[in-house]
Structures are given as C-alpha cells and as structure tokens.
Design a protein around this ligand. Structure first.
Ligand code: BLA
Length: 512
C-alpha cells in the first residue's frame, strides 16, 4: 500500500504552516489595522528600515513610512485597482531617506500586510525585456512534452537555479518529474530526477492547498534563521494569517526534507488547471539563491503563459478526441438503425471502438445473451458478476484498473482481464458493455522508498532520508483509463441506451 492523500490525517497534515509566525530573513513585514496602526511586525524591521528601535504595536505606520509611501500602500490595498492578490511595487522609497525597497502588499483578515525587501537596483527593465523572446519560444511547442521541456530550459536560463523540473501530479496525488533541465557541473554532476515519482505524502494536504492559492513560493536560504513576527497574537488572540505572504518562513519538517535532497534554496511555481493542481515548476539550488523580486515577477508571468499554453494544448487534444467520439457514435447509430440486434452488433462495435479506446477484450450482455471477443471472462464468470455491474458500481460508466478491488468475484479471470470500463445499458436489467484490459507489469521508479513516508499510528511522520531511486513492480492492474476515454465511453453508452429505447419503442408499436 502506497501513501495516498486520502490516508488518515498525519501530523504533517496538521502543522499550521500559514500561522508559522515568522518570515524569511531577506525581507521585513508590518501588518497594520484599518486605522493604520501596527498590529504585528517582524523583528528585523528596524534594521531593514534604518530605525533606531523596533516600533511598538499601536504605532501609526505614518510614523514609520513617508507620506508618499503611506499613500502608495493605501492605493495598492484599497484603491480602484486593488485585488485579493498581492500588489507589487518596485523601487519604493519607504522612509523618505532614499532607501529603496521592492514591496508586496496584500490584505489578510482585515489587516494591511506590507512586505518589503531591499530593491534590486536597475534590473527591472532587463527582466521585462526577457519575457517577449521567452513567450515566442514557448509558443512553438505543439505538445505537452515539448512545452514542458522548453519551460524547464527557459526558467533555468532566466533564474539560474541548478535544477529546474516540471512536475506533474497523478490522480493519487503522487507526482512525477516529466521535464528537467540541470546545470552542467563536471566537478559535481547532479543526478537526473527525470522520470522519478514522489509519493503524495511529500506535500501534506494543507501545504498542497496553500500552494494552490499562493502559487509562487520561494525559499531563499534553507539554513537561514527565520525572523519572528511579534506579537504572536493580535488583539483578538489570533495569529497573523500568512497564507498569501511572499516572505513566509518555512516549516522545519520541510527544511529537513529539502536538506535530505541536497537543496539549499528553492522556488516552486504551481500550475493550476480547473482549480486543481495540475503540476508545478520546481527549481532547486544547492546553495542559497534569491532572484530579484522583479525577476521573480517575470518568472511568474512566464509560468502563467506556460499554464495558458498548456491549457490550449490540452483543450485541442480533448477536442480531437471528442471529434473521434462523435464519429464513432454516428457510425454506431447508423449501423444499428439498420435493424441488427444489439448482441449481433458486437463485432461492429468492437471494430469501431478499436481506434478510440485501446482494449484487450470486450463483453456484451444484452437481452440475456452474452457475446465476447478477445481477452474477456467466460460466460459463466461474467453471469456471476452481471447483477453487480450496474448496482454496486453506481449505475453509470465506471472505470477501474483492477475490478477485483470492487468485485472480488472478478479475481477468477483477473489474469486475463483485470481492468474494466463498464457501460451499464439498462437500469434494473443486467445489460452492459464492458471493455477489458489485461494486467500490466509496470515498473515505477520512486525517489526513495515511498512506504517509508507513511507513519504507523502514533508515530511522527518524518521526511525520507534517502532519495535514491527505489523501484517497485506494480502487477495485477491494467493501464489507466484516461478521462478522455471515459468520456468517449459515457457518450457511447448514451447512444446505445437511445438505440435500445428506440428499438423497444418500435417493437411495442409493431405489437400495438
Ligand atoms: C511543502 N513539499 C512542499 C512543497 C513541495 C514539496 C513542492 C510546497 C511548495 C514549497 O514549499 O516549495 C515537495 N518539492 C517537493 C517534491 C519535489 C520538490 C516532491 O521539488 C520533487 C521534485 N514533507 C515530507 C513529509 C512531511 C513534509 C513526510 O516529506 C511532513 C511530515 C512536509 N512539505 C512539508 C511541509 C511543507 C511541504 C510542512 C510546507 C512547507 C512550508 O511552506 O512551510
């Protein structure tokens, strides 16, 4: 059994990382209430801003920042262009003493959160000029693999990390490195991670959810001490919610994890599709690394462009498949309207399905008759299961890579047909069309033994110490049925049901 996101909550899942109460030491944070008075601040604020001492809670921010800076903050957070996302301002003179900062401003539980880091001088124009040629290169990609390869290469060129990966999440929340670009360092070559799988437990639930909302996460120096935010709790007793913060300090457990992987600094960019994490662009560096905020902003823009192009490619692929499904339905409809009975039409359906959904066998059970072709259960085996096919499995189109998990009786023929895509055709009766897939012996190469990432009850879950490739042979399951294949099946099922209905109407009309 491998770690899965649906496992019971672990200690990891419970760590309140958005209430961590500290920032990374490359910037400072002040949270003020609507009256413009300090509620929380990081203890490095005085040093960063050149103040004599740390302002007390309750201090008006107008006593810390210049009038111009206060107006900028007010406009960024509450002006007509304000959104729920952090606003960025580059090269701001916060105190009126010619000390320039790059700022990220957002609202959190009614507080104005002002984050600032020393301005990276003069680079902004250079960073912006990078984006046009980069987008032009991304645009040449025609498939997902090519797009991801290009993105990994461009992000590394732009940001200079030692390793840039495109990582894709699977349905079980584990993930796989699908593209990678690595620094060429003959003195200390880096192991490739391309193709490695990482178990779901490496990114706990709340970290995953936070990453989906706040898609750009930098850790500039894994080993740097984090800077506490004081006071820990506001006047209502609540800690500052750092969910949308740019500077949020990282969890100690994650520190151990990254250190075990040899990472000294990281940048993670979430790729979100239909509100779900599709994948991420993950950048690792062996030593500390802090790209300028303006460069990070350009990298964010690049990743958003990447997401749009990814979506465009995936939509086009889905459209092609939908066309194929439409043709399939038209043909099935045409042939069946010729008056052939459903059971006699199996060879024709099988012929038409071939190009749309790969399968090793097919069964059709209609009006009490069983027909099968290829690697399929025998009639007696199928009849034993038939009553369960439409009832136990919810009544709709159902896909599984190992039917015996749901219907233990299916174990009797699992050696031939283990994966099933089931299309129940009539409610109440047992008519169904089933596509079968033979068991597949697959080798999954994990980064470290994933079983070690699962804590036993009462045990604290620790990050794995080893990331050495660990191979697992997965047997007894078929290849996955893709969402597109399931969609084609669902559509075919509707067509077949319609045909059955029409035939029975014709029949009753003849009788009348
Ligand atoms: C966070 N772990 C994360 C994040 C990623 C990973 C992407 C969120 C983004 C980030 O913080 O950068 C994991 N990073 C990966 C993986 C790759 C990568 C898989 O580059 C592959 C290439 N981690 C564990 C265990 C725990 C754990 C067992 O392995 C818990 C006990 C915790 N991971 C953990 C925590 C966070 C995290 C707490 C949140 C870190 C934070 O933001 O403070």
């Amino acid at each position: 059994n491998l770690p899965h996101s649906s496992d019971a909550l672990t200690e990891c899942d419970r760590e309140p990382i958005h209430h961590i109460g500290a920032v990374q030491n490359f910037g400072g944070l002040i949270a003020a209430d609507r009256d413009g008075r300090v509620v929380h601040l990081s203890v490095n604020v005085a040093e960063l801003l050149g103040l004599e001492r740390l302002p007390e809670p309750g201090t008006p921010i107008a006593a810390i920042f210049s009038a111009g800076a206060c107006a900028m903050i007010e406009d960024a957070l509450y002006g007509p262009a304000a959104t729920d996302l952090p606003a960025r301002r580059f090269g701001v003179d916060l105190t009126g003493e010619n000390r320039l900062f790059d700022c990220a401003l957002h609202r959190s539980d009614g507080l104005s959160v002002i984050e600032f880091e020393p301005h990276a001088r003069g680079d902004f124009a250079d960073h912006v000029s990078l984006i046009i040629p980069v987008i032009a290169q991304l645009e040449t990609a025609t498939g997902v693999a090519q797009l991801c390869d290009t993105a990994a290469r461009l992000v590394r060129q732009m940001t200079g990390y030692d390793r840039v990966m495109v990582y894709r999440f699977h349905a079980d929340d584990s993930g796989e490195v699908i593209a990678e670009d690595v620094v060429d360092d003959p003195a200390a070559p880096l192991d490739p991670y391309l193709g490695l799988r990482y178990p779901a437990a490496d990114i706990p639930k709340q970290a995953r959810e936070l990453f989906r909302r706040n898609r750009f996460r930098i850790i500039a120096d894994m080993d740097a001490p984090s800077v506490p935010i004081v006071p820990e709790r506001g006047p209502g007793g609540e800690p500052l919610d750092l969910s949308m913060s740019v500077l949020r300090a990282h969890s100690q457990i994650h520190h151990v994890y990254m250190r075990n992987m040899g990472v000294g600094a990281s940048l993670s960019i979430a790729i979100v599709r239909h509100d779900r994490l599709w994948g991420m662009i993950s950048c690792h560096h062996r030593s500390p690394r802090l790209p300028a905020y303006s460069l990070r902003t350009v990298a964010e823009l690049l990743s958003q462009t990447f997401s749009l192009m990814l979506d465009r490619i995936l939509v086009a692929q889905a459209e092609t498949l939908r066309d194929r499904a439409r043709q399939l339905n038209d043909r099935v409809m045409l042939r069946l309207s010729g008056g052939v009975s459903l059971s006699d039409s199996l060879p024709m359906i099988e012929e038409l399905l071939k190009g749309a959904i790969a399968h090793d066998g097919i069964s059709l059970f209609a009006a009490g008759e069983y027909r099968a072709a290829g690697s399929a259960p025998e009639e007696a085996q199928f009849r034993a299961l038939a009553p369960m096919l439409s009832t136990t499995l919810g009544g709709g189109t159902y896909a599984t890579t190992r039917l015996a998990d749901q219907l233990p009786g299916a174990a009797t023929f699992a050696g031939r047909a283990t994966g099933a895509l089931i299309l129940p055709l009539t409610r109440g009766t047992r008519d169904a069309l089933v596509l079968w897939r033979a068991p597949l012996t697959r080798t999954v190469t994990w980064a470290g033994n994933p079983a070690k990432a699962v804590a036993k009850p009462g045990e604290l879950l620790q990050p794995r110490a080893s990331f050495a490739a660990w191979q697992q042979i997965v047997a007894g399951r078929s290849a996955e049925w893709t969402p597109e294949e399931c969609e084609i099946a669902a559509r075919l099922r509707r067509t077949l049901i319609e045909v059955i209905l029409r035939m029975s109407e014709d029949l009753s009309r003849e009788r009348a």
